[in-house]
Design a protein around this ligand. Structure first.
Ligand code: G6P
Length: 609
């Protein structure tokens, strides 16, 4: 999704802005631009459709230089990807503005500004903001006062940053529902929508709070809260993560992140090396809140939603606690009847997903006893705004298709199952058993990764296909959903998941030799039922790709291709089968030649509704 980088320094900053944009590329975007105020106090601009590399080429051919500037990667919402719709947007050749998020009332504002003679060149919602700023500046306001005057006119969730040639040493910015951090340097200050963009210039960050605005110059920074009262926000030092975002020897971040799973999973359950399950990993007040919890409501989007779907099986079956799961974009707008004493659990790799955050923020007073987030990014909005937080230790995830974040979320949920289960009669032996199982997980994932070259071979069968079906039963149904999501995200093959028992109620009509059918088949109590469903596929000429426990009794035969998975304790199957399906999607995409890490139209962190 869109990314913002801005800089105020006493040195030339074009390369810092470009490097910041490169580091934001993983979020997904379709155009990029930057504007600098040069030493003659004129605005200089480059913007292009396509990759940041095009901006670099333009900069190499025709360098624009300055000590103050704003830069942006755009993920189109209003107006198609194009140079003219790319940010920064200008007004009167004096103001340049970049924007993340959506201005919902842009149409009315556009009419108002047009009637006053402002000319629009783009189809974006953003352009109204830069003209509104211009109008306030013409009225004699300072740059920050102009921003303060404009914000109340805007509805939506957004982050903004702007420069003005009449205030050539300043950058102003505001955070209204879309993340923004200040990077604090020595005699220079920076701004970005993600700390990753600035790790090359500083390790000290100020996380802006909701509604904050900021005035930056090289030597000064001033923050105002939503009421426009000047405030001090704490400076936090971040020491890790620069090297983790490097590709190393891997061809893609997705592959690197798939292979990082044994370490990421172990890091997530062995908190600080402790052998026992430490409940404080969920937050200081977790014990007291868990004592009162009688039901769980999980809310998330995308892959994180699938983690929640898996968790429902564990929480109800192993911990005996009622659990509901819903996608955040539906949950947030629905009138609900909540079980008393329900714990709201949000799940999010980024901690910034707009719908998930809105679900947390818009929960009715008293509707939940408390909120817990399972997130991968410390200091993210969901972490800061939830009562309890469990941080997965996946490390930075750059590939748009989520991999290690998902499996570490599952580990977090198994831990939650134990801590809630022990309050509802789960025996100490069962608790110990689950924790022991977790300790065997990294080795089982390593054994699954060893199937890589076999899965690569199987992937060849998919590259000419336009559709695929994924089947699972019970807890493997959400894993089939996650496998289908991975395949469609990065290979653009239309993939659907079904609980295998539903096959005969519709999707069976689609099955023929052109429809590969992937089955998730560990040994569990539903295995025989699944086998019958797969027979239904075979009888219609469907080609089966069965990821099966080596003891499940499947053998290769014409039309049936079996991938022999390691035998694992039942609770761990969702994790290891996911790893195999991640590899399948990766190899299909690789062989099709799609952009594995940055699939078209998608964004890593979806900060608009
Ligand atoms: C985007 C990403 C997905 C991710 C979803 C939820 O759609 O492309 O990979 O699962 O957002 O993101 P979150 O950060 O909340 O887990």
């Amino acid at each position: 999704m869109c990314g913002i980088v801005a800089a105020c320094a006493r040195r030339e900053v074009s390369e810092i802005l470009l490097e910041g944009l490169r580091r934001l590329e993983y979020r997904g975007y379709d155009s990029a631009g930057m504007a600098l105020i040069d030493n003659e106090q004129r605005l200089q601009l480059h913007k292009h459709q396509g990759k940041v590399a095009r901006l670099e080429d333009a900069q190499a051919m025709n360098p624009i230089l300055g000590c103050v500037g704003v830069a942006h990667t755009r993920w189109a919402t209003h107006g198609p990807p194009s140079a003219v719709n790319a940010h920064p947007h200008l007004s009167g050749q004096r103001i340049a503005l970049v924007h993340n998020g959506i201005i919902e009332n842009h149409a009315a504002l556009r009419e108002e500004l047009k009637s006053e003679g402002f000319e629009f060149v783009s189809a974006t919602d953003t352009e109204v903001v830069v003209h509104l700023m211009h109008r306030e500046l013409q009225g004699g306001l300072s740059l920050i006062d102009a921003l303060h005057a404009v914000i109340p006119r805007l509805t939506g969730a957004f982050a903004l940053a702007a420069v003005d040639t009449a205030h050539p040493e300043q950058v102003v910015a505001a955070r209204i529902g879309s993340p923004l951090v200040i990077g604090v340097g020595i005699g220079e200050n920076f701004l970005a929508s993600d700390t990753l963009a600035l790790r090359q210039v500083t390790d000290r960050f100020i996380y802006l709070e909701e509604g904050d605005s900021v005035l930056l110059s090289a030597g000064q920074l001033q923050v105002w809260d939503a009421e426009r009262v000047p405030v001090e926000r704490p400076v936090k030092r971040i020491s890790t993560g620069i090297e983790a975002a490097e590709l190393g020897d891997y061809e893609h971040f997705m592959l690197k992140e798939i292979y990082e799973q044994p370490r990421a999973l172990a890091a997530t359950f062995t908190r600080d090396g402790a052998g026992e399950l430490d409940e404080s990993a969920f937050g200081a007040e977790a014990m007291e809140i868990f004592d009162r919890t009688r039901a769980v409501q999980i809310v998330a989007c995308g892959t994180s939603y699938h983690a929640g779907m898996v968790a429902r099986y564990w929480l109800e079956e192993l911990a005996g606690i009622p659990c509901q799961v819903e996608v955040a974009s539906e949950f947030r707008y629905r009138k609900r009847v909540q079980h008393p004493d329900t714990l709201l659990v949000t799940v999010s790799q980024s901690g910034e997903t707009a719908d998930t955050l809105a679900a947390l923020r818009h929960a009715a007073p008293g509707e939940f006893i408390a909120s817990l987030v399972i997130a991968n990014v410390d200091n993210s909005s969901l972490v800061r705004e939830s009562d309890l937080a469990f941080l997965t230790r996946a490390g930075p995830e750059i590939g748009v298709a989520s991999t290690k974040a998902f499996t570490t979320q599952l580990v977090a949920f198994l831990m939650l199952t134990v801590v809630l289960g022990r309050r509802r009669g789960m025996t100490p032996e069962k608790q110990q058993d689950l924790l022991q199982q977790l300790h065997s997980l990294p080795d089982l994932v390593t054994a699954t990764l060893a199937l890589d070259s076999q899965i690569e071979k199987v992937a060849e069968a998919f590259i000419q296909k336009h559709h695929a079906l994924f089947l699972g039963r019970g807890i493997e149904y959400p894993i089939a959903m996650e496998g289908a999501l991975k395949l469609k995200e990065i290979s653009y093959i239309h993939a659907e998941a079904y609980p295998a028992g539903e096959l005969k109620h519709g999707p069976l009509a689609l099955v023929d030799a052109d429809m590969p059918v992937v089955a998730v088949a560990p040994t569990d109590e539903l295995l025989d039922k699944l086998k019958s469903n797969l027979e239904e596929v075979r009888s219609r000429g469907g080609e089966l790709y069965v990821f099966a426990d080596r003891n499940a009794g499947f053998t290769d035969e014409p039309g049936v291709h079996v991938l022999s998975m390691p035998h694992a304790p039942e609770a761990l199957n969702p994790i290891i089968y996911t790893v195999a399906l991640q590899l399948l999607a990766y190899h299909v995409a690789l062989q099709k030649g799609t952009d594995v890490d940055k699939p078209r139209n998608l964004a890593k962190s979806v900060t608009v509704e």
